[in-house]
Design a protein around this ligand. Structure first.
Ligand code: SF4
Length: 355
């Protein structure tokens, strides 16, 4: 195996589908059709693959330094079963997080997975989708007659893995049959073609993470380019899916007004008319914890990401750690400016929250 340690520079060529450089299978994975399908795919693609007793026991990743091992781990796939079928909550975007995968091949500097996945940033996919969907059914029934929303992108970017797993397609089809179930996920990838023909029943909202060009260029290596995400969003709208955009993280950089105004102008100019039919926006300002800052500075030492605690407001976080957000005045300026640009560009759109 010769891992390519170079992050892909942002160029105008099409972003390719993710192909891991190493695949591990946990013991029972090959007893499931998805596990066997992934094994056949790995063989066809010539990807080295081996068995492991558990993802926790993976200690033989190549790489001479922690940084190298981190980069290799992000190109390593672990195929196993989801054992915990108790779902986390996922406020404010949904009631529950539905666990289809953990980890991501993207290298977004600010990504909170840097902290939550700790020293094990490899990508895990789960072959027992039927068990996961049965658990979702239980949650839906428990909340009946309320609608229950499930977020599929809390611990991963599942669209970036869909060509390997097919689990989003299964979950979309399952939710279409649930009068009280809704699925949503967000992505920075553009490979949507396999989802376009699914009978989704309008029960899945697909959101694209978008940002000012400055943010995408500087902080989002190894994800699809802005133009690709917009084109994919257009296809999703034409296929009749409810569509959304998450602008996150909203960053206060020199020229942010121009950057975010241009973002909204481009969205309005490039999306097909179908996109305006049922469109939502979610707005999330940049935040970090001290732990995240230490990890980010180690993994991306040249990052331009501003993480100066002195310039931020301290806020008590859900995971028992203080997080640093923008001071109220700056946060409010960002919220107002973006809301105005959104309603100018899409008068019918809904802003679901700013946080
Ligand atoms: S694409 Fe999303 S999940 Fe993946 S690294 Fe970037 S922010 Fe994290």
């Amino acid at each position: 195996m010769s891992p390519n340690l170079t992050e892909r520079p942002r160029q105008d060529r099409a972003t390719k589908l993710f192909v891991p450089e190493l695949v591990y299978f946990e013991p029972d994975a090959l007893n499931y059709p998805m596990g066997r399908r992934i094994e056949a795919w790995a063989i066809r693609e010539g990807i080295p693959h081996r068995m492991t007793t558990s993802h926790n026991r993976i200690t033989d990743l190549p790489g001479n330094s922690e940084t190298e091992q981190y980069k290799i781990a992000k190109r390593t796939l672990v195929v196993g079963l989801r054992k915990t079928l108790k779902f986390d909550t996922s406020k404010p975007s949904a009631e529950y997080a539905i666990p289809l995968a953990t980890g991501c091949m993207g290298h977004c500097h600010y990504c909170y997975l840097q902290t939550t996945l700790g020293a094990k940033p490899y990508i895990r996919v789960y072959v027992n989708v039927d068990d996961i969907l049965a658990a979702a059914q239980g949650y839906i029934e428990a909340r009946s007659p309320e609608i229950t929303r499930f977020e599929a992108a809390c611990t991963s970017d599942p669209l970036g893995l869909e060509h390997i797993t097919g689990s989003l397609a299964e979950t979309i089809a399952f939710m279409a049959r649930q009068p009280l179930g809704r699925l949503r996920f967000v992505t920075k990838f553009h490979h949507v073609d396999s989802l376009l023909g699914i009978a989704h029943g309008g029960h899945t909202r697909i959101r694209f993470s978008v940002n000012a060009d400055y943010v995408i260029r500087n902080f989002e290596p190894s994800t699809s380019r802005f133009a690709e995400r917009i084109e994919a969003a257009g296809k999703i709208a034409v296929a009749g899916y409810p569509l959304g955009f998450i602008i996150a993280p909203i960053i206060w950089f020199d020229g942010w007004q121009d950057g975010y105004a241009e973002l909204l102008t481009r969205l309005a100019a490039e999306l097909p008319p179908e996109a305006g039919r049922d469109l939502t926006f979610e707005l999330i300002q940049h935040r970090f914890t001290k732990t995240a800052k230490t990890i980010i500075e180690k993994r991306y030492p040249k990052t331009k990401l501003e993480m100066d605690e002195e310039k931020r407001k301290k806020k008590w976080g859900r995971w028992g750690q203080n997080k640093y957000v923008y001071p109220d005045e700056q946060a409010e300026a960002l919220r107002m400016f973006l809301s105005e640009r959104i309603f100018e560009a899409f008068p019918e759109a809904r802003i679901e929250y700013f946080t």
